[in-house]
Design a protein around this ligand. Structure first.
Ligand code: ASP
Length: 454
């Protein structure tokens, strides 16, 4: 039995939803369908989730609400019309949204979450209505009724262990379950959304709960590419990849599958297949525990910008017990989570995502590091990118770091940081953002160009 999740572009309009129905009809083991909110129909289009965020903002800031509401409702009305559904479902959706915008606004984030989540919730209702209209035996299931319980605000929303137990009961449902992605409820009944792109997470939780044989993740590309196709010309398609490799790549910029979505299926050993709604016969990319072929040392190369570095230096730092802990504690108290901490004898850099900073925080951190740790040089540097080479085959492959560093040196760029995790499945380089694309191309040529396969 399979759990099949369809992303925003797969459910963006009536034509796409018809493809979804055909995919479900083609395989009776596709028993669980998880859907996103309608996404972009064309490049410059807006996702319904973004329209909903605008709507919530208009309500909270007492701006003009009706036109924003219409904008959202029209997306659903257009879909319903294209699927030959009568007015009823559009009325249900309008009623639902009007209730949500009239709810308590005292906690702004929870208010926004409730409006944001309506995107998937109403789309699931609409899609199950459509499935039924074409003779599929299907049922919309609400995450609240099914018991997808998450932790309390303000921590990041995550499913609680009992959610898995509750959701496992859905195995008994005889109809096809149409389940909205992206959100769950606290034990007190408060709706909370996952991270953006979080419908992948719902699909994974559901697949783990019902012990699916396969978690299919339908999107709009045939497979995961070994490098960003917007930067590298026709990169190789990946047929099979391990959970660990996929996790590293998703972390560093591969947006095709949310990195948080790997854990639930990984724990249960459920394979994932990334497939294309527009080309379902293509085999896609399989994410598995262990890959048979390890022909290339590198499976993929990811690049992601938006990193900052906090550089701290103090003579004899290496002898000062507790220095690192105190430094990281200052960051913890400023709610900054870090990614890497390369260090030398007398200096240490902490690398983290820049969006967590603001000028006041920066100043507070600098002052504290000087006053409390008596550091000699402390400063922030911004606009860095991480380029990450990922591959299980890197393990014990000598000379690989040298090849990568030489390839980077050919671009004339300076390497600010190198970090190889002890798993030896990834090798990360911190570089200035301005060189990111040329480095990615150079590394791709080094490791993937046919003449250089080693
Ligand atoms: N609709 C949500 C988003 O745009 C969640 C998702 O599609 O996975 O982030």
């Amino acid at each position: 039995m399979k759990v099949s999740k369809f992303g925003g572009t797969s459910v963006a309009n009536a034509e796409q939803i018809k493809k979804v129905a055909a995919i479900i009809q083609a395989d009776p083991t596709r028993k669980f369908v998880v859907v996103s909110a309608p996404g972009k129909r064309f490049d410059s289009d807006k996702k319904v989730t973004d329209l909903l965020i605008d709507l919530a903002d208009a309500v909270l800031n007492e701006k003009e609400v009706e036109s924003k509401l219409d904008h959202v409702l029209n997306r659903y009305k257009e879909i319903a019309a294209g699927l030959n559904l009568d007015q009823t479902i559009s009325d249900v959706i309008e009623e639902d949204l009007r209730v949500r915008i009239s709810k308590d606004q005292s906690n702004m984030e929870l208010f926004i979450d409730s409006i944001k989540a309506s995107g998937e919730d109403n789309n699931a209702k609409l899609i199950s209505t459509y499935f039924t209209s074409i003779g599929l035996s299907a049922q919309y299931v609400s995450p609240q009724a099914a018991g997808l319980v998450v932790n309390d605000y303000p921590e990041r929303a995550m499913a609680l262990p009992e959610a898995y137990e509750n959701l496992s009961n859905l195995k008994k449902t005889s109809e096809i379950v149409v389940f909205p992605g992206f959100f769950g409820y606290t034990k007190d009944g408060l709706l909370r959304t996952f991270d953006r792109g979080g419908s992948d997470i719902t699909g994974s939780i559901l697949a783990a709960s019902v012990q699916a044989d396969l978690y299919e993740n339908f999107t709009d590309v045939d497979s995961v590419f070994s490098a960003n196709p917007k930067v590298v010309n026709s990169p190789l398609e990946i047929e099979e990849i391990t959970y660990r490799e996929m996790r590293e790549l998703s972390y560093a910029g591969f947006t095709v599958f949310h990195d948080e979505a790997l854990m639930p299926v990984y724990k249960k050993g459920i394979p994932v297949c990334i497939k294309n709604t527009n080309n379902p016969s293509s085999p896609g990319t399989r994410i598995v525990a262990e890959r048979k072929g390890k022909h290339r040392p590198i499976t993929g190369i990811a690049a992601d910008s938006g990193f900052s570095i906090l550089y701290v230096s103090k003579y004899l730092m290496n002898r000062e017990i507790g220095f690192g802990r105190k430094l990281l504690q200052i960051l913890e108290e400023e709610h900054i989570s870090y990614e890497h901490t390369p260090s030398g004898l007398d200096d240490i850099s902490v690398i983290f995502r820049s969006h967590q900073l603001n000028p006041e925080k920066e100043q507070r951190i600098l002052t504290r590091v000087i006053e409390e740790l008596h550091a000699e040089d402390v400063h922030f540097r911004h606009d860095f990118s991480m380029i990450v080479l990922v591959g299980e085959g890197m393990n014990n492959n000598t000379g690989l770091a040298a090849r990568a560093a030489t390839a980077i040196s050919r671009t004339g760029a300076n390497i600010e940081m190198i970090n190889q995790g002890s798993s030896e499945a990834s090798l990360a380089f911190g570089v200035h953002k301005s060189s990111e694309n040329k480095i990615l191309r150079e590394l791709y040529n080094e490791f993937f160009a046919p003449a250089t396969v080693r």
